[in-house]
Design a protein around this ligand. Structure first.
Ligand SMILES: Nc1ncnc2c1ncn2[C@@H]1O[C@H](COP(=O)(O)OP(=O)(O)OP(=O)(O)O)[C@@H](O)[C@H]1O
Ligand SMILES: [Mg+2]
Length: 280
């Protein structure tokens, strides 16, 4: 299938498909904070965020004074030992979990200023989530799974954009197949396509290749890389795999709920070296 995509320019002068020209948009009906100047070049950022689970003997500090920014149109990997707070960080920034202290901004919106309804709308309009287990609906076809979130929200998909996603996902005639008839890698590509379809400002992926063999894993990593390079998508991905992390533009390392390192332009070898330095 050939898809013709009209383009416009973003702030960096790159040509973008038209739907992405809207990525920096403000959320309708959500009041943005004006209490402090915020860095709108980041898709999301945290300021001194602490997240504690439990109390007394069972108290766990899952995030300990975390300040981190995720740049727009970049692919960031989060790495760290099991229990270091990677999933907690993504859930909190995505507004799926609350924090104890600090502040979280998605674009220029302070999540603490949102009521439940606004938070739900922020998640729906701004965030895409890809889980380790693909979470596809087994009775729907691949294409129906991709458009499901918009169907549920009662929104018509942008057809031009949907055609672009469908062409990029590279599933061809398998789009009419159900998940059980697709390989793990194909299913996860559907899950990423579903996250892309609503044009979220940021996609979070929690170990999206964790259940895949290396070939299926590289398929999905290539697809996410393409989404960043070609469509200026912002992606934040948790992974344990140095090779997977090497597809990212940057790796943020967490240990015991703290950001301990930050690596630009990672290679598998440089990631392994950093991991050794803090005993992961
Ligand atoms: N709902 C919860 N209740 C209590 N403790 C929790 C809860 N969720 C996470 N934790 C604890 O918070 C810490 C961070 O957990 P988190 O799931 O963020 O780790 P992770 O880095 O994603 O680990 P993994 O690589 O194993 O997925 C862990 O000690 C975990 O046991
Ligand atoms: Mg986790």
């Amino acid at each position: 299938m050939t898809t013709v995509v009209t383009t416009s320019s973003n702030q960096r002068g790159q040509d973008l498909p038209v739907p992405f020209a809207r990525l920096g948009r403000n959320l309708r009906g959500v009041t943005t904070t004006t209490s402090s100047p915020t860095d709108t070049s980041t898709a999301a950022h945290t300021e001194s965020v602490t997240k504690v689970y439990g109390a007394g003997d069972t108290l766990v500090t899952a995030l300990d004074n975390v300040s981190v920014a995720f740049e727009r149109s970049k692919f960031t990997a989060i790495m760290g030992p099991s229990g270091s707070g990677k999933s907690t960080l993504m859930h909190c920034v995505a507004g799926l979990d609350t924090i104890n202290t600090g502040r979280i901004f998605v674009g220029d919106i302070d999540l603490s200023g949102l009521n439940d309804k606004q938070l739900t709308r922020m998640r729906r309009d701004t965030i895409g989530f890809v889980f380790q287990a693909f979470n596809l609906v087994p009775t729907l076809t691949a294409l129906e799974n991709i458009t499901l979130p918009m169907d549920l929200a009662g929104r018509a998909p942008d057809q031009e954009w949907l055609d672009t996603i469908v062409a990029t996902v590279g599933l061809g005639d398998r789009l009419s197949h159900r998940p059980s008839e697709l390989s793990g890698g194909q299913q996860q590509r559907v899950a990423v396509a579903r996250a892309l379809a609503s044009q979220p400002a940021i996609i979070f992926a929690d170990e999206p290749t964790g259940n895949l063999d290396s070939r299926s894993g590289s398929e999905i990593l290539e697809f996410m890389r393409t989404a960043v390079d070609k469509f200026a998508q912002t992606i934040v991905m948790v992974t344990h795999d140095p090779l997977a992390a090497s597809y990212a533009d940057r790796v943020v390392f967490l240990v015991d709920g703290k950001v301990v390192d930050d690596l630009q332009s990672p290679t598998a070898d440089s990631v392994i070296d950093r991991m050794k330095s803090f005993g992961a």
